[in-house]
Design a protein around this ligand. Sequence first.
Ligand code: SF4
Length: 195
Amino acid sequence: MREPLHALLASIRACRACDAVLPLGARPVVQAAASARLLIIGQAPGSKVHASGVPWSDASGERLRDWLGLEERVFHDASRVAIMPIGFCYPGRGRGGDLPPRRECAPLWHARLLAALPQIRLTLLVGWHAQRAMLGARAHPSLTRTVAAWRDYAPAFLPLPHPSPRNTAWFQRHAWFAAEVLPVLHARVRDVLAA
Ligand code: SF4
């Protein structure tokens, strides 16, 4: 029997499994409803998202919504769009930016949450952590090669670079992404949400 999603979300939001090692404490950020057709898997909330509790409420989210062609109203409509980071809580900062997502989340929550989202038609894998976790051996050794091979993962998955402003140089070096992948992304998101 499928686990009721509302109970699962309450359990995720109450999770404190790695509270002791999180610099700002645990604040799991997740958005989901059983009817959602689009799933966005990112890496982990940044400090702004930790403060707001709203997924992708930062500059990365603005760029992501632009890529998807979605207004905030639709993007944050859980009945249409589910958002599951690889790590649900802000992991803190290291020398090169935010730390990787906490490893504790996946074994505790991922399979259960994915099983409670039976209507998902398209999963966006935003950034390397999401691609490695969800594609496993099918991911190429780098984000660039994995995103460039996006056709190999269709129709279920679409790998994307992280839309962070820190990646501006990557966007400039790989103009094929905007020319080739973004129009496909836009069209697939429109179709999936309209269906
Ligand atoms: S990062 Fe994941 S496992 Fe750790 S406290 Fe947050 S929800 Fe729980």
